[in-house]
Design a protein around this ligand. Structure first.
Ligand SMILES: Cc1cc2nc3c(=O)[nH]c(=O)nc-3n(C[C@H](O)[C@H](O)[C@H](O)COP(=O)(O)OP(=O)(O)OC[C@H]3O[C@@H](n4cnc5c(N)ncnc54)[C@H](O)[C@@H]3O)c2cc1C
Length: 360
């Protein structure tokens, strides 16, 4: 039995806490706010590798269709995939309740500083840093810039209004000359529902993202009298896995480890997986963690990076045609099986030659 302290009560920290209790460790979780407070997220849960359980609470609906808007709109059946719209606050509060019932101690309103970290290092066998980007460890060991240099930048509104036209459906859209996308993730499909509507870019270009998001509201007809912005916030998505994930007796998980998708910036699933793997590694010595996690996630990150490169190399018209072909062909159904990810990525990348002409 080890004495473990976990910093941060997001998905990474909470799943690590539950796993650590399951394995019989002594666990303290420290969260700077209240659990479930100040979440910056569109709240879509993509279990890409199809290895995680359905959230025990906070599911709003199972996502059945994805509408991708390039020049025109393409509808893709994603029902066989594991995608849920969630209410993360409800989900996280339930996880915290389960963790406390299992014997973990959770202290809220407890921000950890680099000085506190030094003390924790002395008093605990292991620290799991799940404090997101910019992690407490990065402040202490001096690598904050890594996140800044390898991240997607996002801004998001929560909007209340009528989203009945997007029943059980997510919508994402691409814009010309913009290496990024916007999203509309409704929390429900009734006339008086809310949605997370945001935009993010994944290159180093500097855009006025708020202006772009306001343009999106206009052409998506989300700015009339029937819609009201109730929240606005921004955040970063660290899209490059850190080379080093273990610092002395500290293991980094989730966003703190740079673990969001290089393709779209989503990271809830990877925070959960890395949180649980960090605990598994503890029984095998901390150095096993990097190995275990890279073995599980590197391939996926590699393929998503490849897809992002395809996106980079194509102009707007080519992307329109590519998405059109994918949505109409059986190609997309290969992605239903995570084991076929390399094959489907290869087929997608080779379905167009570099000049954007359809391959024979
Ligand atoms: C606008 C936006 C939209 C997104 N949409 C999606 C999406 O739809 N789907 C998806 O999969 N991913 C999405 N992501 C990414 C996703 O939110 C993160 O990958 C995920 O939350 C990472 O979980 P985590 O547990 O590592 O960190 P976090 O969720 O960031 O949790 C970190 C926790 O640590 C706490 N903390 C921070 N510093 C300290 C400290 N010093 N002391 C104590 N506690 C501290 C914080 O309060 C927080 O509770 C989005 C990101 C952004 C910015």
């Amino acid at each position: 039995m080890a004495k473990i302290v976990i910093i941060g009560g997001g998905p990474g920290g909470l799943y690590a806490t539950l796993e650590a209790k399951k394995q019989g460790h002594d666990v303290l979780l420290l969260e700077k706010n209240k659990i479930g407070q100040n979440i910056r997220c569109a709240e879509g849960f993509f279990d890409v590798l199809q290895i995680l359980d359905k959230p025990p609470a906070g599911i709003k609906y199972k996502v059945e269709e994805l509408i991708v808007k390039v020049k025109s709109e393409h509808t893709i059946n994603v029902n066989p995939l594991h995608i849920w719209m969630t209410d993360r606050a409800t989900w996280q509060k339930e996880l915290a309740k389960q963790a406390v019932n299992a014997g973990a101690i959770i202290k809220e309103d407890t921000p950890i500083s680099p000085d506190d970290l030094k003390e924790l290092k002395q008093n605990y066998d292991y620290i799991i840093d799940a404090s997101g980007a910019f992690s407490v460890t990065s402040k202490s060991y001096g690598f904050i810039d890594f996140y800044k240099n390898n991240c997607g930048k996002t801004v998001q509104y929560t909007i209340s209004g009528d989203f009945s036209h997007l029943k059980n459906c997510f919508k994402v859209g691409l814009l010309p000359d913009f290496r990024g996308y916007y999203w509309i993730f409704p929390k429900g499909c009734k006339k008086d529902s809310t949605a997370n509507v945001g935009i993010g870019n994944f290159d180093n270009s500097r855009y006025n993202l708020w202006k772009k998001l306001n343009d999106v509201l206009e052409f998506e007809n989300l700015n009339g009298e029937h819609y009201k912005i109730t929240k606005r916030y921004g955040g970063i998505c660290p899209i490059k896995l850190l080379d080093k994930l273990v610092y002395d007796n500290i293991l980094l998980v989730g966003d703190a480890a740079g673990l969001t998708s290089p393709l779209h910036g989503g990271g809830i699933d990877m925070a959960i997986i890395s949180g649980m793997q960090a605990v598994n590694a503890i029984s095998q010595g901390t150095q096993a963690y990097e190995h275990l996690l890279k073995r599980q996630l590197s391939k996926r990150l590699e393929y998503e990076k490849m897809l992002a490169q395809v996106w980079d190399q194509r102009d707007f018209d080519e992307i329109e045609e590519l998405i059109g072909r994918i949505s109409k062909s059986n190609l997309f159904s290969l992605m239903y099986n995570p084991k076929l990810m390399p094959l489907s990525t290869k087929l997608i990348t080779s379905s167009f030659d570099l000049k954007g002409n359809p391959a024979n």
